[in-house]
Write a protein of this length. Structure first.
Length: 186
């Protein structure tokens, strides 16, 4: 498998969260690009929805799915940054993957879209990334502690913030489970 087809290392490290338990719904691969992470889960029999704004990237994902014989992944072209709407819907997904993407207004949408007991896997750049290259725009970079703070009322299964190697980059990672309604704090 070529490097660009490899799923994210963070997904591989936490694959069991998706494969060893029954999720309460399909997995959303948010801002999926060509769907490499979602396709990895779909190959393991999970129903997956890949959502992105790029028609070209989604077309590449559809072609890869067809080539691999994957029929349980749908690709949806969606403007994820349109103001005033929730493009994700509510209480729809058993898991959500977000890699190398940050649009802060979507954070509340993610919280609403994930079903109770669902799994969130989120990895993106922090403000320290400016030292190593793109992205440099603060709109696309997490502040220190921002990711776990946004999901502090969820069960945090794993959290990391720091520098990763090969290539050198500043990242935050979070694996979290949405608590059942009864356990949520008012």
């Amino acid at each position: 498998m070529r490097e660009e087809e490899q799923p994210a290392e963070f997904l591989l490290q936490h694959l069991s969260l998706f494969t060893e338990a029954s999720l309460p719904g399909p997995v959303l691969d948010l801002a999926c690009g060509d769907g490499r992470n979602g396709l990895h889960l779909a190959r393991r029999g999970l129903p997956v929805v890949g959502m992105d704004a790029s028609r070209e990237a989604l077309d590449r994902g559809r072609q890869r799915a067809k080539k691999l014989g994957i029929a349980n992944m749908r690709f949806l072209r969606t403007d994820l940054e349109r103001e005033g709407i929730n493009p994700l819907g509510e209480d729809r997904y058993g898991g959500i993957l977000v890699f190398r993407y940050l649009h802060r207004p979507l954070m509340d949408c993610i919280r609403k879209a994930l079903k109770d007991e669902g799994i969130l896997l989120y990895e993106t750049f922090t403000v320290e990334q400016k030292r190593f290259g793109k992205p440099r725009n603060p709109l696309f970079l997490l502040e220190p502690g921002e990711l776990p703070r946004r999901f502090r009322d969820w069960e945090i299964l794993y959290a990391f913030e720091g520098i990763l190697e090969s290539p050198r980059r500043a990242m935050a990672r979070l694996a979290a489970r949405k608590p059942p309604e009864a356990l949520k704090t008012p």
